[in-house]
Design a binder for this molecule. Structure first.
Ligand SMILES: Cc1cc2nc3c(=O)[nH]c(=O)nc-3n(C[C@H](O)[C@H](O)[C@H](O)COP(=O)(O)OP(=O)(O)OC[C@H]3O[C@@H](n4cnc5c(N)ncnc54)[C@H](O)[C@@H]3O)c2cc1C
Length: 381
């Protein structure tokens, strides 16, 4: 009997895992001893970090998209379908189109969703850039913005913890280059008692903000957003109100609805063992990417490093009967700092990050990676 691996989600994690498995299990696939099936609700694969560049007219939307099928090794079966239920006891996945897929091994890689609707008024009066459509809409508003205050506010949790810094620095750069920085006030808010969740990054950021005239307020958790006569008022749970002409927001995120509907958790995050990356209590279910409940960054790099471990372990389990190695919490993020410079951080469960001074080289490396991402998705890089 062939071993059936089902992968739910064709984003960063799902695609890398599928392609690494196709390579590592080439022989088993050719002898029909293994079948790999991916189910994904999107038939287009979108490079999400590119939204930030679309916002500032540095990339075109069509550069960020590929057909999902074209990224997958030919030996992988691809279903463009939405999973509506996962039954880990029966080892079954149920889809919107009525398929019931039995599995020996399951990979859950359903990512995360920005949910502005969780905060009253945020969807109506805030602008996000976490989907392609919202990034294009905000790009149009930025093109027309000539003077006034832009506030930046975020909900928790959200993917890409460095995006709040990047959008702030890139706004500073954008309005400087337009020659109107003195007419645009940038007001940054952050939900905890410092300007970034990672302490060394927050320490590095404060003098950068001050040098660039970026004002900030910490302990600001959005509770409600209102608008009167073109002025937007963002009220925080801590009792403060920030008024602005444009609100740029990263809304709070939740995991996939299918995870909630399957009774796996109330918020869509899958209880995951931090080392084995297995769904707690289920030896044949792996979890990778944003959908884990691990207290680490929800980032493409996290998804990538986790995928390497999940693929290695699945290959080892199928070939040798036991997993090969643990995940060490490795994350690596580039941070665009504007003015053609960037820095990066890397860390894991035991070693904290330590940002380097921004340099042109890191900025160009990030731009290069934006083009090379498709090799990562194919499991080559
Ligand atoms: C503006 C922005 C900038 C970013 N910048 C960076 C960066 O610089 N560096 C970095 O490391 N990360 C960055 N990220 C974060 C990164 O894109 C995500 O963390 C990464 O995509 C997570 O990978 P994933 O595979 O978990 O989820 P995703 O890539 O989001 O994929 C989830 C997949 O699951 C599918 N799916 C969901 N529900 C179902 C269902 N019910 N049935 C079937 N399929 C389903 C979706 O269609 C999708 O294919 C950024 C994100 C944004 C929005």
């Amino acid at each position: 009997m062939a071993k059936h691996v089902v992968i739910v989600g064709g984003g960063v994690a799902g695609t890398i895992i599928a392609n690494l498995l196709a390579r590592g299990l080439k022989e088993e696939l050719s002898k029909a001893e293994v079948v790999i099936t991916m189910v994904s609700k999107d038939d287009k694969h979108v490079y999400q970090p590119g939204f930030l560049y679309v916002l500032f007219d540095k990339m075109r939307p069509d550069e960020l998209m590929r057909d999902q099928r074209s990224l997958l090794a030919p030996s992988i079966i691809f279903h463009h379908d939405t999973v509506v239920g996962i039954d880990p006891k029966a080892c079954e996945v149920h889809t919107e189109k009525g398929k019931k897929l039995k599995y020996d091994y399951l990979v859950i890689a359903t990512g995360s969703r920005p949910m502005p609707e969780l905060i009253p008024g945020l969807k109506e009066h805030g602008n996000m850039f976490y989907t392609l459509e919202s990034a294009i809409e905000l790009r149009e508003k930025l093109r027309k913005f000539e003077k006034g205050r832009i506030a930046i506010a975020m909900g928790v949790p959200h993917k890409c913890p460095v995006a709040p810094f990047e959008v702030t620095f890139m706004l500073d750069d954008y309005f400087n280059k337009k020659g109107i920085r003195d007419k645009v006030e940038i007001y940054y808010t952050y939900p905890i008692g410092r300007i970034h969740t990672l302490e060394p990054v927050a320490q590095w950021g404060v003098p950068e903000f001050e040098r660039r005239g970026i004002k900030y307020e910490t302990l600001f958790n959005m509770e409600k957003v209102e608008a009167h006569n073109g002025t937007i008022a963002v009220h925080s749970a801590e009792g403060s109100t920030v008024e602005c002409d444009l609100l740029i927001t990263i809304p709070p995120h939740r995991g996939a609805q299918a995870i909630i509907d399957s009774g796996i958790s109330n918020d869509g995050w899958v209880p995951t063992n931090r080392y084995s990356l297995k769904y707690e209590g289920y030896e044949n279910v792996y979890v990778a990417g944003d959908t884990t409940n691990l207290p680490i960054s929800k980032a493409g790099s996290t998804a990538h490093f986790e995928s390497d471990v999940v693929a290695d372990n699945l290959i080892a389990e199928i070939k040798e009967g036991h997993p090969a190695r643990d995940y060490d919490g490795k994350v690596m993020c580039f941070i665009e700092t504007g003015f053609d410079k960037g820095t990066y951080i890397h860390f894991n469960y035991t070693t904290p990050p330590s940002p380097m001074p921004p340099s042109k080289m890191i900025h160009w490396l990030k731009l290069g990676y934006n083009r090379m991402y498709w090799l990562t998705a194919r499991g080559v890089l």
